[in-house]
Ligand binder design. Sequence first.
Ligand code: PLP
Length: 223
Amino acid sequence: MVNLETYNKIVENIPQTVTLVAVSKTHPAEDVQTLYNEGQRIFGENKVQELTAKYEVLPKDIEWHLIGHLQSNKVKYVAPFVSLIHSIDSLSLLQEVNKQAQKSGRVINCLLQFHIAEEDTKFGLVMDEAIELLQSEAYIQMQHINIVGVMGMGTFIDDVDQTHREFKALKAIFTQLKEQFFSEKQDFKEISMGMTDDFSIAIAEGSTMVRIGSAIFGHRNYL
Ligand SMILES: *Cc1c(COP(=O)(O)O)cnc(C)c1O
């Protein structure tokens, strides 16, 4: 069940400079359509199969974001239409995105995903790996990807101070990369951080893009 009241409250309360990605994973296409009818156009999914299935049946002016871990062998299914990939965590994945984007005649916008959680379980790059990636000849040659910012997930924990620390760390990573690699690049500007339980903290720490699922679509029932 879509919670339109909460959705409208979120839309009214987040700053206009912050993009809302409505995370529809595990929820049916009808729920996406309901929110689409309210004016929402940006939706996030974390699985390639579910993303492509929804893309097929829903309006074509939806901007689909892939927010979950992406395996190289699945890039080809989303390359023709995906509008932003949040989860680039290796040079080899970026190379595959570049290759498949070329085949589709596209340039695909991407975010570098960083490991910011103090817990050990999340995907993502650390700074040294990102620097190595951005300095590599392979990256410099890529014509079909466009890195527009960074993404990270905080620890799932009810510790406000820790969450602030983790999001501050991502903002610092963004600032360093901006200075070192993207100072001339206007469209390197996105900091994707904040979910249902922590998006207010993320916005306070400089998020430009929040990824909100359960507050809008209700709890997920994983099969
Ligand atoms: C599921 C998911 C979200 C949304 O989570 P909620 O807590 O339901 O808002 C955001 N980002 C990623 C990467 C996700 O997998």
